[in-house]
Design a protein around this ligand. Structure first.
Ligand SMILES: [Zn+2]
Length: 404
């Protein structure tokens, strides 16, 4: 099917050749789409009676947002913990009494695949309503062979039953389950000897992720897990240096990971090594905000090291329930010192890079997938400025189809 977008006010996209923001606002600009791909952008493109016409109503067009770090596969939320937090309890206090991730693990293990799917589907649809057209999604609340496979199978079911594209990540190394607290290396053995081979055999994930942090997976354990994943064709990415400088960012550089995420406490040498090895720095200001912390990651340190930044929601039941990329842009612009244009690149093109999809999504460009947002706004700055206003979409286009 051929579709043509007419009445375009402006097209705003990152230009990956000039490495700069591109703003096109000449009159009679149109976009031609064949099936799911942009095949032409220009003035007064040819007419054909079989074309499907999409009226942009003089709106501004951007690529759909790409959210490259989420944990949406959980069962039962943790709103009861929020009450405790509102009474002054910290995340750590709650974790000590059996709450936190332990609660999510218990609930997910008890639920069937179908129950988890039913509960997760509205969440998945909600991403799309907020303008996110691709997410990365991690397992990691099961932490047994069967429960990790179950979580990844739910991701596959969600992918098959929604318009959102969901890129699966195996994260059996999210935490050590209770039953392995006395013998942590045995759990690393389980991940490397049983989980990774099975995930690869069933083709259930593109990436392998590890929570590399003091008190969680050590640099040595993380390296073993990620290298085993690589042997089985799973691309490496890391949760790195969220609570302390644990050496995780340096490990990301050493193994040339696709991304290292959080980076709250990474040192400058490690950030430089990451930049030199094309590891995308993913920053997650929504988590800092949701946890009520004062100190945000400073994007200037990453930019000065020469690194590429992506921003993501870190959507999960415990430390961030934000799904809106405009809000994440707002937080990164204001609190992480990421200028507006860089925040836009960090929510479209760079997360596509972190997911190794930058040849296909994240830009409004000929040959790219037609994942497009048509906004009822005049300027890019209105996106983070009015972050809480979802009725500004004229249309959301996913794979060439108008979905709202
Ligand atoms: Zn995370």
């Amino acid at each position: 099917m051929i579709s043509k977008i007419i009445n375009i006010g402006k097209i705003v996209t990152w230009d990956n050749v000039l490495d700069d923001l591109s703003v096109c606002n000449q009159s009679n600009l149109e976009i031609m789409i064949q099936d799911n791909e942009i095949i032409e952008i220009g003035e007064n493109l040819e007419n054909n009676k079989d074309q499907n016409i999409i009226d942009a109503e003089n709106g501004l067009i951007t690529p759909g947002f790409v959210d490259c770090h989420t944990h949406p596969i959980f069962f039962g939320d943790r709103s009861h913990e929020f009450k405790l937090r509102s009474e002054g309890k910290t995340y750590q206090d709650i974790a000590k009494t059996g709450g936190g991730i332990k609660y999510s693990i218990k609930r997910l293990r008890e639920a069937t695949k179908e129950q988890i799917f039913e509960e997760a589907l509205p969440r998945i649809k909600s991403f799309l309503k907020k303008g996110t057209t691709t997410i990365e999604a991690k397992s990691g609340y099961g932490l047994t062979l069967n429960d990790e496979i179950k979580s990844l199978e739910v991701i596959k079911m969600l992918n098959d039953n929604s318009n959102l594209d969901i890129i699966p990540t195996f994260m059996g190394a999210h935490d050590f389950p209770m039953e392995y607290h006395e013998n942590k290396n045995a759990y690393v053995d389980l991940i490397c000897n049983e989980m990774i081979p099975r995930v690869a055999e069933y083709k259930l994930a593109k990436f392998c992720d590890v929570f590399c942090e003091i008190g969680y997976f050590s640099v040595k354990q993380s390296e073993r897990i990620l290298k085993t994943g690589m042997d089985y064709g799973l691309l490496p990415r890391l949760h790195a240096d969220e609570f302390a400088d644990s050496g995780a960012a340096q490990l990301a550089a050493d193994i040339r990971a696709c991304s290292a995420d959080h980076l709250m406490h990474s040192n400058k040498d490690a950030l430089k090594a990451m930049a030199d090895n094309n590891v995308v720095s993913v920053i997650l200001p929504g988590t800092t905000f949701f946890l009520g912390k004062k100190e945000y990651v400073n994007a200037e340190n990453i930019i000065n090291s020469g690194g590429e930044i992506a921003i993501a929601s870190d959507y999960n039941p415990g430390s961030c329930t934000i799904q809106s990329m405009p809000m994440i842009m707002f937080l990164s612009n204001l609190y992480c010192k990421l200028p507006l244009e860089q925040g836009f690149k960090a929510s479209t093109y760079n997360p596509a890079k972190a997911l190794k999809l930058d040849q296909n999504i994240g830009l409004v460009k000929k040959g790219y997938i037609a994942d497009l947002l048509i906004w009822n706004i005049k300027e890019l700055s209105e996106i983070p400025y009015m972050f809480n206003n979802e009725d500004r979409f004229v249309k959301v286009i996913k794979n060439g189809n108008v979905i709202n």
